[in-house]
Design a protein around this ligand. Sequence first.
Ligand SMILES: Cc1cc2nc3c(=O)[nH]c(=O)nc-3n(C[C@H](O)[C@H](O)[C@H](O)COP(=O)(O)OP(=O)(O)OC[C@H]3O[C@@H](n4cnc5c(N)ncnc54)[C@H](O)[C@@H]3O)c2cc1C
Length: 375
Amino acid sequence: MTDILIAGAGPVGLTLALALHRRGIDARVLEKREGLSTASRASTFHPPTLEALDELGVFAALRPGGVQVDRILWRRVDTGADATLDLGILGGETRFPFRWHREQHWLTPALLAALPAGTVRFGAGVATIEQGDGVTVTCEDGSTHRARYLIGCDGSSGAVRGLAGIAAETSDYAHRVLRLLTPLDLRDHVPGLDGLGYLYDADASCSLLRMPKVWRLIFRIPPEMSDEAAMAGDHARARIARVLPHLRDLPISGRDVYGVRKAMAVAYRAGRVLLAGDAAHLTNTRGGMNMNAGVHDAMTLAATLRRVLDDGDDQLLDAWAAARLATVREALLPRTDARVAGGDEVARMAALSPEQARNWAREASMLDIAKAGMP
Ligand SMILES: Cc1cc2nc3c(=O)[nH]c(=O)nc-3n(C[C@H](O)[C@H](O)[C@H](O)COP(=O)(O)OP(=O)(O)OC[C@H]3O[C@@H](n4cnc5c(N)ncnc54)[C@H](O)[C@@H]3O)c2cc1C
């Protein structure tokens, strides 16, 4: 019998597998796909996640070609007022006082390469679960596996949460997101911009994210607008013109639209089955936090499982599950909720005292919640 089975070879399942392996725990991963996903999803790594990946020895693989973001800019395009925040103010609290921008599909191969060969079984979607003095899992490829615990890291549409009988509270945000890519280096055209900027007026807003070879421009689109209409050239140009009038004709090298949902499993544990990552929580992409939170789930769970396997104190898992669930409900979901239109963030940011600015940066960087649930 394996100690730990993990469903899902996304960033969370693979981080958990490596963190367990580093602690001398036998872990196997069952992945439904035939290979790793290459979809364009998370772009932002926050300081505690960088610490975790560095501890696991994989941050070095993400460094070449990634973007270090030291400063955040807020600007009102109607008045020209602006505010900036230097993440260096977190220097006393973390070895990585910055954000790192890199696509998540660079992380998963780095994690896979650091695991012993054969840890991940591809083409093995979890299909059934039976619990007793261990967990027996059967997969779509006909294989059967047994372990002391099964961790569902199989994403928001994975099977494990439902098979374990855990319900979820789910809701869609009314808006969707239009993402445009440009190869133009916006730092040459937007004064004060480093790697992250929020431009807005009384009722429109745009986020600018510097990625290794392109900038992402992110706009909210209303529910009644179709994806095609949102991506059409005239709409895209009008949205750019509203926040960057001098760049209305900037080159666009890619565009897509995605919906945003929030969801939370009502429990993180049912017997010998636990959940982590998107299987347990799903948030708006605002603030770039959900994958980071999943990595924190994985790191705290690996430390907890080491203690459980050493001491046999199974109740530590209840404490871990309660702490992570409370973090999602009280911090992660509220922080990533959609910005309220009309709020003046420049004025709010400019009015912060140095201590308030440090607190803001700590929360935006997830330093205050990453270790919740650590035994
Ligand atoms: C456009 C976009 C931008 C984002 N930006 C950010 C960001 O900047 N920062 C951030 O922190 N987060 C961001 N996110 C969220 C982030 O992408 C997810 O939180 C992250 O992928 C979750 O990782 P995961 O491993 O939990 O799940 P997933 O990445 O969904 O991986 C789950 C894995 O489980 C597999 N699987 C499914 N069913 C089964 C089964 N039955 N058995 C076995 N395996 C199964 C899947 O094939 C998949 O490989 C963004 C998301 C989107 C869509």
